[in-house]
Design a protein around this ligand. Sequence first.
Ligand code: HEC
Length: 162
Amino acid sequence: MQTTLLLAVTDVIRVIMINLICLLLTAGLVLQTQAVLASDDKAGEQLYKAHCASCHGLSGGMDMSKRIAPPIAGVRRHYLDSYPDRDSFVMIIADWVENPDAGKSLMPGAIRRFNIMPRLTVDRQDVEKIAAYIYQGDIEKPAGFDEHEERMHGRKHSKPGS
Ligand code: HEC
């Protein structure tokens, strides 16, 4: 009698242990995935600063006459409207940077104002990281950008799908 009770208790403990290990493994995996995604965004941010921010950054603010290119948050909004899913967003931006083609522009008004973007020599893989970084939405915006968006387009796009 006592041994069966003891066996039952050890069984219960074993099940609890297995569940606990599974839980820890899952938690570890989730944390690892988050860390990888965060480091991709970090790399994307660095690459954005190196290759795009000189034209698409904060300089000139929301005064388009003082800018040389639209703010990147404005580019993001235009592209997100037409390409809401991450993969096509990344692909279409990488295609554009590889070969800026007025026929494929989503921002013809920007071409009229600023002239077409020059072709850059950036690795496609790097541009894809930049595009993924732009997509996730935690990017620089000139002061007054959100107010301008709301006035002009009646919305704020801070995260994909919002
Ligand atoms: C030398 C300045 C310059 C740099 C550097 C630059 N751009 Fe641009 N970009 C422009 C200008 C000017 C426009 C607006 C005219 C146009 O749309 O071609 C533009 C427009 C764009 C557009 C919208 C294109 C359209 O018309 O639909 C995208 C997307 C874009 N840039 C992405 C990038 C990315 C990503 C980088 C960095 C890898 C980058 N740009 C670097 C000048 C630049």
